[in-house]
Design a protein around this ligand. Structure first.
Ligand code: G3P
Length: 218
């Protein structure tokens, strides 16, 4: 399973890319607003830091303007994935950009039916939102399972399932069990994945015992 980082914070991306675990980045208008700074310059910077796909979202809602915005974003770097919302105009834009060879991430997916449409529109990625479904009393992970199953029925289908809106390590582990291609993680969720109290306790004991030997490896 690939890990994308869900943030527009360049410092966070630079720090986390040093882990060697980051395969891509996803941003959205809310994350860009939170990070501050110029959007285009930010995307350019992120694309230099991370070799994998970097999602940058259009903000228009009509086809013509979305397409123009998408082309502008795609011209920033070859690893930009243009993010479009799951609307009729968004999917029309997805099809047009995909036909030109541009990677498209279809976002705000909340149903299997929507995921089928995105795949038909040639999306490189479909982004179902787990946490936001959980928030309204639906099972976000069940949706990931449905989409993985449906896409698995069609071997020629290239759309990858990018599980978004992950809130905690259980979401990540369950997505891996289901077979999601990618999960996008807020930086704090990636950091949570390392944590186990027995790891900390065990390391503390090993180091204390090692000190008693009076030795040094280097
Ligand atoms: O980038 C899309 C998604 O990951 C947003 O997550 O936490 O705002 O529901 P969240």
């Amino acid at each position: 399973m690939k890990f994308f980082i869900d943030t527009a914070d360049i410092k966070e991306i630079a720090a986390l890319s040093e882990t060697g675990l980051v395969d891509g980045v996803t941003t959205n208008p809310s994350l860009v607003a939170k990070a501050g700074g110029d959007f285009i310059a930010t995307v350019k910077e992120i694309c230099k830091l991370v070799k994998g796909p970097v999602s940058a979202e259009v903000t228009a809602t009509d086809f013509e303007t979305m397409l123009a915005e998408g082309n502008k974003l795609a011209a920033i770097a070859s690893n930009v994935a243009v993010k479009v919302p799951l609307t009729p105009d968004g999917l029309r834009t997805c099809k047009a950009l995909s036909d030109q060879g541009v990677m498209v991430n279809v976002t705000l997916c909340f149903s299997a039916a929507q995921a089928i449409l995105a795949a038909k529109a040639g999306a490189a990625f479909i982004s179902p939102f787990i946490g936001r479904l959980d928030d309204v009393g639906q099972n976000g992970l069940e949706l990931i399972g449905e989409i993985v199953q449906i896409y698995g029925n069609y071997t020629d289908l290239k759309t990858e399932v990018l599980a978004a809106s992950a809130r905690h390590p259980i979401h990540v582990v369950e997505c891996a069990k289901i077979g999601a291609d990618i999960v996008t993680l807020p930086p704090n969720v990636l950091r949570m994945l390392y944590k186990h109290p027995l790891t900390d306790k065990g390391l503390e004991a090993f180091l204390a015992d090692w000190q008693k030997t009076g030795q040094s490896i280097l």
